[in-house]
Design a protein around this ligand. Structure first.
Ligand code: DGL
Length: 274
């Protein structure tokens, strides 16, 4: 089917289900846009893998979505955004939007103490992508980072509250609380699912920045600038591609997306590092 650029879909990829928190914000903010989601469920997690591997996987994922004729690529995975965005932006001739820059911009804009916390996977924190973006946007800003790897499993399991979740959250977050930060960036696709418990541990005085929400705003502004809104689209298309489909996927995915997920197809993606 040939489409004009307006009608072409927004392509979104993530290491698995987590990026559905970004897809949910896109659907909420831009309901007329066609959306194609690719979750690399066979190779998740990315957060514990090397830069080289994540870049190779990201290139494969991007290539698949580009072959679907998308008008804009969203790298919904924080880990993939933090290491592969420059490569993808260089190689593709469509706009490529990651989740780091929008989240960092928001955090830098609202901090009053000039002290910002960032939580994410090991790879995201090790890459310093948020720290570098925050320091570039707001020189002199102080950034306190902390990997919180177990949050991914808790979100997948739907353990969004309760004693164990609170204990883990307190263990990760109490040192950050003592730094004087007034803003905390949720630098991982899974963390918005745990927003309530994170807010409870951090206290009301600390504002949480959801990179997924900020990314949807950024997509809206890029489409506006390019005159590429798919206005007048009565029934937006949603397609979901996965590299592995497990029994638990549909229920987990529904929780992340906020609606029942349909139109799932399994695909093979190339991308083992050379
Ligand atoms: N999507 C990843 C991220 O935002 C979390 C899951 C993973 O480690 O792959 O960093």
């Amino acid at each position: 089917m040939s489409t004009t650029n307006k009608e072409a879909a927004i392509g979104v990829f993530d290491s698995g289900v987590g990026g559905l928190t970004v897809a949910r914000e896109i659907v909420h903010r831009l309901p007329n846009e066609n959306l194609i989601y690719l979750g690399d469920t066979a190779r998740v997690p990315y957060g514990t893998k090397s830069e080289r591997t994540v870049i190779a996987y990201s290139k494969g994922n991007a290539g698949f979505l580009v072959s679907k004729g998308i008008k804009l690529l969203v790298v919904a995975c924080n880990t993939a955004s933090s290491v592969s965005l420059p490569v993808l932006s260089d190689e593709l001739n469509i706009p490529v939007i990651g989740v780091i820059e929008p989240g960092a911009r928001k955090a830098a804009g609202i901090t009053k103490t000039g002290k910002v916390g960032v939580i994410g996977t090991y790879s995201t924190i090790r890459s310093n992508a948020y720290k570098n973006a925050l320091e570039r946007i707001s020189p002199g800003i102080e950034v306190f980072s902390k990997p919180c790897p177990l949050f991914v499993g808790l979100a997948d399991e739907g353990w969004t509250e309760g004693e164990i979740t609170e204990l883990i959250a307190r263990q990760y977050l109490s040192s950050l609380k003592e730094t004087g930060i007034d803003v905390l960036v949720l630098g991982c696709t899974h963390y918005p699912i745990l927003k309530a418990v994170i807010q409870k541990i951090m206290g009301e005085g600390i504002t949480l920045v959801d990179s997924a929400e900020e990314t949807a705003l950024e997509i809206e502004s890029v489409l506006r600038e390019r005159g590429e809104f798919n206005d007048g689209n009565a029934k937006a298309l949603r397609e979901f591609y996965l590299t592995d489909v497990s029994d638990t996927f549909v229920s987990i995915a529904g929780r992340f997306l906020g609606e029942k997920i349909e139109n799932i197809e399994m695909v093979d993606i190339a991308g083992t590092p050379a």
